[in-house]
Ligand binder design. Structure first.
Ligand code: KG4
Ligand code: ZN
Length: 343
């Protein structure tokens, strides 16, 4: 059995966690920078990198303390090495490399997307192959996870990520950042059928996604409504959310038609997976196709270091460790993971 320290700094969460290879989570510390980015309505990369620098050391110490382990007892250090905001990624990678060098521990560079993909194996013992719908502020794709390090991107957004759309519409509705939870709350009081909005790519072949046309339509709608009227605001939120649910459901059906054979499990991860309304819609599609729908707990769906530590545990077991000269990657598609041994 091995004990892995995981580190995550690719966006606006400074996170560290300790996970055992028998799937026990010994600690999970996440320091959110949300308050620092709130005035700007989105993540500011420069502020994020500086904040990781300030908080990473105490967050790691807290993760080790809570897990009741010392660095000497750790078997490997796993860190998000991309894709992400490169300033933040560099802070995490340099810290991990330094600890690995000083304590003579294996260093494991983890692709952040692989971390999201493998979480359901930690929480729900999902076997390969499975289909993952990753929906967050930065990612929006259907992934076929065939095996460790072997992923096929089945479809992805051709413009905005779905979480990004929630955040932008929330901003137009003068709601707080992050917008997803705010829209979900407001939508509960609204009529989802009041406004008919365009459903991007609906009925088109394949399983790519697109949200920019929808965003433009909602913006125009907002310009023509009185935002002072609470019912108008709630109806816009509900109609927007329903359109997203409908679009994702439609694309998921296409995805399962094309790639569902031989796959038993459908996993949804990423911050947007916290949305109960969307989950219900996607659950209905999964049931229709006789697939098990797995949604890891919300705190493991959003960015965290448990998923990085767990991916590290899987890689260590398979014998894949990284060289200390591994260069952090701002862009790192999952399809480029197939060169497992080479990094
Ligand atoms: O995975 P995450 O924490 O960070 C990354 O982007 O990697 O996802 C954050 C995104 C934000 O865009 C946020 O608005 C969205 O997830 N989100 C939601 C909900 N909760 C978070 N979107 C819709 N409904 C929600 N309940
Ligand atoms: Zn993420």
């Amino acid at each position: 059995m091995s004990i892995i320290l995981g580190i995550e700094t690719s966006c606006d969460e400074t996170a560290a966690a300790v996970v055992r290879s028998d799937k026990t989570i010994l600690s999970n510390i996440v320091h959110s920078q949300m308050q620092e980015h709130l005035p700007y309505g989105g993540v500011v990369p420069e502020i994020a990198a500086r904040s990781h620098l300030v908080y990473l050391e105490p967050v790691i110490t807290q993760a080790l303390t809570q897990a009741n382990v010392t660095l000497e007892e750790i078997d490997a250090i796993a860190v998000t090495a991309g894709p992400g905001l490169i300033g933040g990624v560099m802070v995490g990678v340099m810290a991990a490399k330094a600890m690995a060098a000083v304590h003579e521990k294996p260093f494991i560079a983890i692709n952040h997307l692989e971390g999201h993909a493998l979480t359901a194996r930690l929480t729900d013992d999902v076997p390969f192959p499975f289909i993952l719908l990753l929906i967050s502020g930065g990612h929006c794709q259907f992934i076929l996870a065939k095996n460790l390090g072997h992923y096929e991107v089945l479809g992805q957004t051709i413009d905005d990520a779905v979480g990004e759309s929630f955040d932008k519409i929330a901003q137009l509705l003068e709601l707080d950042y992050p917008g997803g939870p705010e829209i979900e709350k407001l939508a509960r009081q609204g009529d989802p059928n009041r406004f008919v909005l365009p459903k991007p790519l609906k009925g088109k072949p394949g399983c790519d996604l697109s949200f920019s046309g929808l965003k433009t339509a909602v913006r125009q709608l907002i310009e023509n409504q009185t935002l002072q009227n609470p019912q108008d605001r709630a109806d816009i939120a509900a109609s927007f959310q329903q359109t997203i649910a409908d679009t994702l459901g439609n694309r998921l059906q296409n995805c399962l038609d094309l790639h569902g054979t031989g796959v038993k499990d459908l996993v949804i991860a990423g911050g947007v997976a916290a949305n109960q309304y969307l989950r219900q819609k996607l659950e209905a599609v999964a049931t229709l196709y006789q697939k098990r729908l797995v949604v890891p707990p919300a705190k493991l769906c959003t960015d965290n270091a448990v998923m990085i530590a767990w991916a590290g545990a899987e890689r260590l077991k398979a014998g894949y460790v990284s060289k200390l000269d591994f260069a952090p990657r701002p862009r790192w598609p999952l399809t480029e993971m197939n060169e497992l041994e080479s990094y």
